[in-house]
Design a protein around this ligand. Sequence first.
Ligand code: F6R
Length: 352
Amino acid sequence: GKSGYDHYMLKEIHEQPRALRKCLRERVDAIERTVDLDLEGLDDVSAIHLVACGTSYHAALYGARLLRERGIPAQTFVASEYDRASLAGETPLVVGVTQSGETADTLGALRTARAAGARTLAVTNTVGSTAARECDEALYVRAGPEIGVAATKTFASQQIALHAFALWLSEESIGSDRIDALRALPDQVQAVLDDSDARSVAEAYADSSAFFFVGRRHHQPVALEGALKLKEISYEHAEGFAAGELKHGPLALIEDDTPLIAVVTGDDEIAQKTVSNVKEVQARGAPVIAVTDGRSDVEQYANHVLEIPETDPTLAPVLANVQLQLLSYWIAAELGRPIDKPRHLAKSVTVK
Ligand code: F6R
């Protein structure tokens, strides 16, 4: 059942600390500072293609950046766009990111890869799924069953499974800071859940005419995910994009009833660039909701702040996304939408 929550989605959002602990269990060795994944035959990977759809595509974007940061060439493809030309004569490891393991487009992309001689890995929540059976190897994200159509805990678990994969695959040593940050993450997610002001912010803005989500670098995938989640369950217009793209078009849509939700953590030049984008939007009269760890001066230009604890820059998107999930949930609740079963959508899309 829903354990006292009004919707499975809210229950599953609250299950994230436990899901992440399960994802990390026996995989991260705090003393040796190693990550151990039970995967075989992947020790000479020179390049990676990640293929996925929807929310899983956003997790793949997050994972690909971490792989590249550790020196492993990695590219992300929308599964339905993946074809022979995507392989372009290469034989990369092709990673299908799919919580259900049954998404037709993702299975199709994996089959294309296999037909071209590529090795394949399924990153999935479902033991025994088609993706798990057809791929050479499977990495389970261990989120537990997800009933809500909108993916929440499976997304967080995909992020962390891909994070662990990037650390495991790379030759570089893993600093103790990163290991500590990973181990602290489930409790930090719990802190976000306990202290979030997303409900009152949602109540203030549920009637807005459109919502724009921005983030830069590590936060760009969660800006996309924040917008997808909101449109799915609230039926409101939402767009997510790289913060730097604002001035290349979307700024024309900014009005006083189009909130900008900006994810800004840290206080480096990357953060400062996003703060500049935020300033431009606020100067044009739009309300700004900043998801931040409070280290930059973004709060000065924000009408509301959704705070997250400080962590490693590579993990901040996981915490920020929890605030975005709650914001979407409470906007949809305020609008009285059927949150667990949005119109026209299915939990697992088995047709192309
Ligand atoms: C959104 C959502 C979908 C799925 C997509 C892929 O909340 O759940 O966008 O992420 O249909 O599904 P899987 O991960 O099962 O391949």
